[in-house]
Design a protein around this ligand. Structure first.
Ligand code: HEC
Ligand code: HEC
Length: 112
């Protein structure tokens, strides 16, 4: 009986520690609850892998300069959306990027 209780406590503690391990450690703009959806959206919007912005195996690290650019882009996108009269979110990363790392500034040459 005592042993069962002990094992139960140990497994609870291990579970709690594991959950903590997945808590984001280095968020400056997004909420922890937004991360999963936002990261999938970034990946699709730019047509890249997670490691385009992240150091392999360390998502909290800021050593990949694309991550800092992405933070600036998050702020810029929020600012643009803040200027719409209805206050709704009309512009996303995808609005400009459309699956490309660098959005086009001109249409493709005519006749192509
Ligand atoms: C376009 C760049 C970009 C891409 C692509 C991207 N991320 Fe991120 N990611 C960020 C930025 C920027 C933050 C920090 C947001 C903040 O400061 O609030 C972040 C934060 C995170 C965090 C939180 C880390 C911590 O401990 O603070 C995780 C986890 C994460 N990303 C996972 C992923 C996964 C998984 C993918 C692929 C599906 C992915 N990211 C793709 C830019 C990117
Ligand atoms: C209003 C248009 C616009 C929106 C919205 C936008 N971007 Fe960008 N983004 C650009 C342009 C233009 C560039 C290329 C110029 C540059 O690299 O500074 C760029 C470049 C980038 C780069 C650098 C790519 C490289 O090859 O180095 C990253 C990373 C990025 N954007 C992430 C994002 C993310 C994440 C979002 C959404 C939160 C976003 N962008 C929203 C226009 C936009």
């Amino acid at each position: 009986m005592r042993l069962t209780l002990l094992l139960l406590l140990v497994s609870f503690a291990a579970g709690a520690q594991q959950a903590q391990h997945h808590e984001p450690k280095n968020l400056k703009l997004l909420q922890p609850s937004e991360i999963k959806e936002a990261m999938q959206a970034f990946k699709t919007a730019l047509g890249v892998k997670c490691t385009f912005c992240h150091v392999e195996g360390n998502f909290a690290s800021d050593d990949n300069h694309h991550k800092e650019i992405a933070r600036k882009m998050i702020e810029m996108t929020r600012e643009i959306n803040g200027k719409f009269p209805d206050g709704k979110r009309h512009v996303t990363c995808y609005t400009c990027h459309r699956g490309a790392e660098e959005p086009a500034t001109a249409p493709p040459a005519a006749g192509q």
